[in-house]
Design a protein around this ligand. Structure first.
Ligand code: 5CA
Ligand code: ZN
Length: 387
């Protein structure tokens, strides 16, 4: 049984008791290339999927791609590129990076653009139910429409207001009923893309995208809603509240799981700050993607952590040791190692502990001819490292 830290309850709890596990992980906003922070977050959820599959569960994994939103449109306006071709190029690069890192692909990879009809249907229903209201041509969600608003982040109102302003919200927008009410639909502004719909001309807001894409494919009460910790508020709080208002049921997800932020030079690695180490740049420089993967898994997913120049050489040396060890004709018996790696990963994805156990096997000697093959397979299946 995989146990994961759930942000909403603040505890480590069992996941997915059903045979079919349902996973939603927030996807990229494709205006710049995948950096090591994104990669670390998708790797954490890749381990979730691998542990579930290893435990005999089938996994239904849905991921979105925010292929129309302010940061993408702003970047395209800045460089003069068409926003759709920018998105298309960056999505392709992201997929190449994920494939190189051996991240298992989601079953459904769904864009906001292709989901506009679903999104307008949902927003129309929220309007009809009194959970949403017009401010001019824009439509806002009323946080009072969900009886549980705040349960996911557990932040106090002041923290919510601060984070809302920092992360794409508009607390002081005139005409809103509550500063924390979030944008569901943005009425058409000159120069911006729009759809001509029953709601009027405009484009969808951000939180409703993940809310509806997840709800319509996984249903309510799915197992894990995942992303980086910068999505705890407002994004995951609001997407849960939207779905809960839409269905008059609770909760949206059973677990809210958040990966820590990867930092560089003491600051969160981010496209807007520009302090990036790109997966594609490392690959182009000839770095083995398996070394990148090992380096990122050598730290607990939940903790904020710093990327430093020393991490890659350490991972490369470890990878070489592991590769040498599995090409030996014999090694120490490895059944206990398999049990230990499984136990470490099931305990809130303790990849550091799992990798330490592999190190100990690698350093040992023994005469079991089946062991090197078993270790190669378990490292491949559970950690996603091809030796
Ligand atoms: N499209 C939205 C989600 S619906 C979005 O946040 N896109 S993103 O491209 O900005 O981020 C993609 C994922 O990477 C998110 O889960 C985000 O939390 C995560 N992420 C972004 N920066 C970092 C970082 N420095 N460290 C770890 N994870 C990060
Ligand atoms: Zn999302």
């Amino acid at each position: 049984m995989l146990r994961l830290f759930d942000t909403a309850s603040g505890t480590i709890r069992d996941t997915a008791s059903d045979e079919r596990a349902r996973l939603y992980v927030c996807g990229i906003t494709p205006y710049d290339a995948t950096h090591l922070g994104h990669a670390a977050t998708y790797l954490a959820f890749d381990i979730v999927q691998r542990v579930w599959r290893d435990g005999g569960r089938t996994v239904h994994y849905v991921q979105n791609v925010t292929d129309v939103d302010d940061p993408l449109l702003e970047r395209a306006a800045h460089t003069g590129e068409n926003w759709m071709s920018l998105a298309e190029r960056e999505i392709e690069l992201f997929r190449e990076d994920m494939t190189a890192l051996r991240v298992l692909a989601p079953d459904e990879y769904v864009g906001a653009v292709e989901s506009v009809p679903e999104l307008t249907d949902a927003i129309g229903k929220l309007l009809a139910d009194g959970a949403a209201y017009y401010v001019g041509d824009d439509i806002y969600f009323s946080i009072t429409a969900s009886g549980h608003f705040g349960y996911e982040s557990n932040y106090d109102r002041e923290t919510m207001l601060t984070l809302f302003a920092e992360r794409g919200g508009d607390p002081s927008h005139f005409g809103k009923r509550d500063p924390l009410d979030s944008l569901l639909w943005r009425g058409h502004r000159h120069g911006e893309p729009y759809w001509d719909t029953s709601l009027g001309k405009g484009r969808p807001g951000w939180h409703i995208e993940c809310s509806v894409i997840a709800l319509n494919r996984l249903g309510m009460g799915f197992d894990v809603q995942g992303g980086g910790s910068d999505l705890i508020f407002p994004h995951h709080e609001h997407s849960a509240a939207h779905a809960e208002a839409l269905t008059a049921s609770h909760p949206f997800a059973r677990h809210y799981v958040h990966a820590g932020m990867i930092g560089l030079d003491g600051e969160k690695m981010s496209k807007s700050r520009g302090n990036l180490v790109l997966v594609s740049k490392l690959r182009a420089a000839g770095v083995d993607p398996m070394a990148i993967r090992l380096a990122l898994l050598d730290g607990h997913y939940h903790a904020d952590r710093e990327w430093t120049g020393g991490r890659l050489p350490t991972a490369e040396a470890r990878l070489a040791r592991w590769r040498a060890a599995v090409t030996r004709p014999t090694g120490p018996p490895a059944h206990d190692l398999l049990t230990e790696v499984r136990a470490r990963l099931a305990d809130d994805l303790d990849t550091v502990g799992a990798m330490g156990a592999v190190d100990r096997w690698v350093a040992g000697d023994g005469g079991d001819p089946g062991a090197p093959g078993l270790v190669r397979n378990l490292v491949d299946a559970l950690l996603g490292i091809a030796l």
